[in-house]
Design a protein around this ligand. Sequence first.
Ligand SMILES: Nc1ncnc2c1ncn2[C@@H]1O[C@H](COP(=O)(O)OP(=O)(O)OP(=O)(O)O)[C@@H](O)[C@H]1O
Ligand SMILES: O=P(O)(O)O[C@H]1[C@H](O)[C@H](O)[C@H](OP(=O)(O)O)[C@@H](OP(=O)(O)O)[C@@H]1O
Ligand SMILES: [Mg+2]
Length: 331
Amino acid sequence: MSGRRVGFCLSDKKRRRMNLDAFAHFCAVHGVEVVEIDLTQPLIPQGPFSVIVHKLSDLIVEAEHDSQSQQLLANFQSYVSTHPDTILLDPLPAMSQLLDRFASYRIMSKLHNSLRDWRICSPPYLEVQTDSDLISINQTVTAQDLSFPLICKTRVAHGSVSHEMSLIFSASSLVDVRPPCVLQSFVNHGAVLHKVFVIGDKHFCVERPSLKNFPSGPCDRKTIFFNSHHVSKPESSSDLTALDEQMPCLPPPSSQAVAALVRELRVQLGMALFGVDVIINIHTHTLTVIDINIFPGYEGVPQFFSSLLGHIKSVLDTQMSAGPRGPCAGL
Ligand SMILES: Nc1ncnc2c1ncn2[C@@H]1O[C@H](COP(=O)(O)OP(=O)(O)OP(=O)(O)O)[C@@H](O)[C@H]1O
Ligand SMILES: O=P(O)(O)O[C@H]1[C@H](O)[C@H](O)[C@H](OP(=O)(O)O)[C@@H](OP(=O)(O)O)[C@@H]1O
Ligand SMILES: [Mg+2]
């Protein structure tokens, strides 16, 4: 596939985490040139690009309050809009919806209906927008059928702040809620998380440590504050992830149900590179979706490089057979 230049726009952290240098070598062997895009420089001289793979989540979040980030993002958006034949993985509007847990949790809550046959759901949750929402929050928790413990997550879904969470065990501890955030019913799942990593029409399931079970219902226990990156990384191990009592092993999620979930989310999100966090309810064995991530780490997926290059080739082949057209989404 000669003459194909794939631009990458990643933070330094993400570039190191995905080992972009190694991916560039892998692609070069297969006749694809990988180019790192410098957003601080004019983009046109750096192009042209057949595909741009990016994770601009940090920049989009920073652009909310930083003029320099706003300018960098505007430059990128201007380049993309004036180069409709450059395929974006993934489209910025699709990515932006997953930066906001209010938006991503609305998508998750619809899965209950669209995937009813597969008994897939997501936990009841509550959007807490402002401090004034806290005045009636106890009544709202009850009215929205949430059950203690509750897990409290920031509205912002990506970036270092987004992983600071808390477990709230009773109404009296709702004073620990810091809006804007979501409150989600905690679902006992035996301290096992199933990460579903999606790359185009492929997906890979990876088991990870997870929060242990807690007694259902309100209890007089102090709020637990934790960072999710200390709970569900491959090496995570703490009092929070060690079960207090033995329990029978749960069956893994059905591969057909996971495939149905991925198919539905690919359509709902209009994205190719995302992760879905799934747990199995220990009481109902229901497949429960608790989180969706933009361009995750794909740790534990040895096929990541070949799958990503395969997807890049497939979207280019599709574009080639369709001929030049307007703004392209990298679906
Ligand atoms: N509703 C829930 N019920 C039970 N456990 C939960 C629930 N929500 C989150 N958790 C636990 O908290 C961990 C972090 O939650 P979540 O994935 O929403 O955070 P995150 O910061 O978006 O994580 P990441 O971005 O690393 O995927 C999960 O891996 C799981 O162990
Ligand atoms: O934009 P951020 O840093 O929040 O993206 C995170 C993402 O939310 C997930 O935490 C990823 O972890 P996995 O879901 O386990 O892949 C992180 O990937 P990692 O390679 O940095 O652990 C992203 O950074
Ligand atoms: Mg998660």
